[in-house]
Design a protein around this ligand. Structure first.
Ligand code: FMN
Length: 213
């Protein structure tokens, strides 16, 4: 078990890394666990309306940096993860989940009919713009879980909204794929001279952000 003291230490250790040590790669074993943290992310109804693109190709990283406010982390981090959300949800998406649930848990398709109908009504039948926003919100849960997982194994990360999602879509050939870019997260190891690592956290106090009623 992670003790409360260990969790406190990990939370204090993490920060949005501005400068990565480009010579350090995340070991395969650690990276496998971090990939699983993406796969294991919970989502509303379990629908998983996302995909995670890992950009390994250096030339692609260089291109993406130019549309990420020039942020060096995109090129210098060990790995660069791009979080994609579904652009729309169809009955096929619902069926995919129902089939998976039936296969994994041995549940009959008939007994899942009510659950299926609810998803078709509430998600497939929803306003397209609401669905687009919903899928993006789900994707942020993956980002949060990923960042915490990184901190737990002492891998540094920089959540990154400072990018042009439409340009990402273009460079990554996503148009027409059913997915679009939401946010990114370069990960790796902090450079010893990243001055941001030593800065005190700026957070509103507990009494300002947590209210008990
Ligand atoms: C969704 C999201 C997007 C962010 N985008 C960027 C970014 O593009 N570039 C960057 O350097 N930091 C980015 N940040 C980092 C925040 O500025 C940082 O998390 C915040 O100031 C708190 O500091 P800390 O994470 O170091 O504790 C982003 C953070 C979040 C959660």
């Amino acid at each position: 078990m992670t003790t409360p003291a260990e969790l406190t230490a990990r939370l204090a250790w993490r920060y949005a890394t501005k400068k990565f040590d480009s010579t350090r790669k995340i070991p395969a074993e650690t990276w496998a666990v971090l990939r699983q943290s993406l796969v294991q992310t919970p989502s509303s109804y379990g629908l998983q309306p996302w995909k995670f693109l890992i950009i390994d190709t250096p030339a692609l990283r260089t291109q993406l940096r130019t549309v990420s406010w020039g942020q060096a982390q995109v090129e210098e981090a060990s790995h660069h993860v791009v979080f994609l959300a579904r652009t729309a949800m169809t009955e096929a998406d619902v069926n995919r989940l129902i089939q998976a649930q039936s296969a994994v848990r041995g549940t009959s398709l008939e007994s899942l009919a009510g659950y299926r109908g609810m998803m078709v009504k509430n998600i497939v039948g929803a306003d397209p713009e609401w669905i687009r926003q919903w899928a993006m919100r789900q994707t942020y849960i993956a980002l949060g879980q990923f960042m915490l997982a990184c901190a737990m194994v002492q891998v540094d990360a920089c959540p990154m909204e400072g990018l042009d999602p439409l340009k990402y879509d273009e460079i990554l050939g996503l148009n027409g794929s059913g997915y679009h870019t939401v946010v990114a997260c370069p990960v790796g190891y902090r450079a010893v001279d990243d001055k941001y690592a030593g800065l005190a956290k700026v957070r509103f106090t507990e009494s300002e952000v947590i209210e008990v009623r």
